[in-house]
Design a protein around this ligand. Sequence first.
Ligand SMILES: Cc1cc2nc3c(=O)[nH]c(=O)nc-3n(C[C@H](O)[C@H](O)[C@H](O)COP(=O)(O)OP(=O)(O)OC[C@H]3O[C@@H](n4cnc5c(N)ncnc54)[C@H](O)[C@@H]3O)c2cc1C
Ligand SMILES: NC(=O)c1ccc[n+]([C@@H]2O[C@H](COP(=O)([O-])OP(=O)(O)OC[C@H]3O[C@@H](n4cnc5c(N)ncnc54)[C@H](OP(=O)(O)O)[C@@H]3O)[C@@H](O)[C@H]2O)c1
Length: 278
Amino acid sequence: MMGAIQESGLAVFGKSNDAGPQDKWTTERVLSMRWWTPTLVTLRTTRYRGFRFTPGHYTRLGLGAADASLGDWVWRPFSLASAAYDDFLEFIAVLVPGGAFSEQLKHLCAGDRLRVDKASYGFLTVDQLAAGQDLWMLASGTGLGPFLSILQDPAVWQNYERLIVAHSVRHSSELAWRDEIADIPKRELFADAKARLTYLPVVTREPGATQLAERIPLLLADGRLEAAAACPLDVATSRVLVCGNPEMTRELRQSLAARGFATNRRGVPGQMAFEKYW
Ligand SMILES: Cc1cc2nc3c(=O)[nH]c(=O)nc-3n(C[C@H](O)[C@H](O)[C@H](O)COP(=O)(O)OP(=O)(O)OC[C@H]3O[C@@H](n4cnc5c(N)ncnc54)[C@H](O)[C@@H]3O)c2cc1C
Ligand SMILES: NC(=O)c1ccc[n+]([C@@H]2O[C@H](COP(=O)([O-])OP(=O)(O)OC[C@H]3O[C@@H](n4cnc5c(N)ncnc54)[C@H](OP(=O)(O)O)[C@@H]3O)[C@@H](O)[C@H]2O)c1
């Protein structure tokens, strides 16, 4: 099934069939499971009509036995990768060996049910940032997800001149949505867009797979990331969003702070924002 997309053929909008109005979640159905590797999957689900989010937000997904008496539901936060205007929801997930959620997720199939929190959360959004010229989105692993949503926001394409995405993964097979990202500027929705998109894949454990092959903090420190993007990273013009591995976010927060970048403080927009996944 590798690389294959398993689809359910269900109608897109979900009904909150076993959820009452007092519940903080709805029951949705899996529309498709796309396996990039045996441990990396993107899943599409139906979307409750009332579900609202800002690109960059996450929600919580719940998986559990169909018969609740067989066990508790396992809830985990997941970033929304779909566009705010899509009639489905999309997520990317890695299977962590032995992880409570991963152990359930690996059996999930198109047509199956899952629970989706009615609310969305987070601060990895462009409204956390002061106006700027270039938007850098730095991701490791599944941290790319929220940037796929942000990249599909027409306002982002109007408000910035450059959109630069760096995605660091261990192996090239984990460069999820590589072709889809390249195709975003060709969509009719972005035909009059001001911004130019630069996509920088970074494969760290497969020598020769990509031109950039070191971890993002090192590429930033030695200037190779800026050189590859042909764009200086400067606090006056650049805005930076970082998502994924907590060690990476910590290192980048430190190095960007040393260059004068700050996060949103008490409602004063900053030049950088972070989301760490564990
Ligand atoms: C705000 C937020 C948003 C998140 N969004 C996503 C998302 O879009 N996609 C996603 O796959 N996960 C995401 N996560 C992580 C996710 O919630 C779960 O932790 C993950 O699915 C594993 O769950 P688990 O129960 O199997 O293992 P857990 O017990 O939750 O995790 C066990 C260990 O697995 C590792 N791990 C967990 N998540 C990841 C990951 N994403 N990549 C690499 N290693 C990981 C860490 O070492 C962690 O300590 C997010 C987490 C947060 C806090
Ligand atoms: N990816 C796999 O092949 C694989 C397979 C099975 C299970 N898993 C499970 O999935 C989880 C890991 O998933 P993942 O590979 O998506 O995430 P990851 O370990 O965070 O690696 C993703 C990318 O981030 C880089 N990275 C790691 N630490 C960093 C740091 N401190 N600073 C900057 N960059 C850093 C990695 O580079 P490096 O290569 O240099 O670390 C890699 O390019 C683990 O729990 C693992 O058990 C992964």
